[in-house]
Design a protein around this ligand. Structure first.
Ligand code: CA2
Length: 145
């Protein structure tokens, strides 16, 4: 059975509480419960981690080394500038899918760049919170091949 860490970065603990027009009305707990409901069908063990702190996210990524088969990550705004998170993902070499709830390419110019995406199996953006399920399915499919 594959083991996957689902990581959410800064401010994503606020999901469902503010800015529903951009991020929808589901809470992070609801999103995690929906993913958990897929574990039987997908034969995967999921762990969840959210932090507003760059170093804590880096520590969580380091802990996947030799311990997880893959990572689904919404790095929040760190996507656009965190070379430290990029280095952590490169160091552990655990395959990951980057997911964004909103369409980052339809928003401010600073959101058009991801310093992580070039290392990713793939990137999902703009499909709302459904993107988490797609990211998980896509990651698992890529781990099979
Ligand atoms: O679209 C996404 O998933 C983002 O990763 C979300 C980040 C943003 O910085 C990225 O550019 C795109 C921000 C997450 C903020 O989440 C909130 C949720 C509810 C209320 C306020 C913020």
């Amino acid at each position: 059975m594959k083991k996957v860490l689902v990581v959410n970065g800064p401010n994503l603990n606020m999901l469902g509480r503010r800015e529903p027009a951009i991020y929808g009305s589901d809470s992070l707990a609801t999103i995690e419960a929906r993913l958990k409901a897929l574990t039987g069908e997908l034969d995967v063990k999921l762990e969840f981690f959210q932090s507003n702190h760059e170093g804590a996210i880096i520590d969580a990524i380091h802990a996947t080394f030799s311990n997880h088969d893959g990572i689904v990550i919404n790095p929040g705004a760190f996507t656009h500038y965190s070379y430290a998170i990029r280095d952590a993902l490169a160091a552990v070499r655990v395959p990951f899918v980057e997911i964004h709830i909103s369409n980052v390419h339809a928003r401010e110019a600073f959101r058009h760049t991801s310093v992580l995406a070039a290392l990713a199996v793939g990137q999902i953006s703009g499909l709302g919170v459904y993107g988490y399920e797609l990211a998980l399915r896509g990651l698992l499919r890529s781990l099979e091949s």
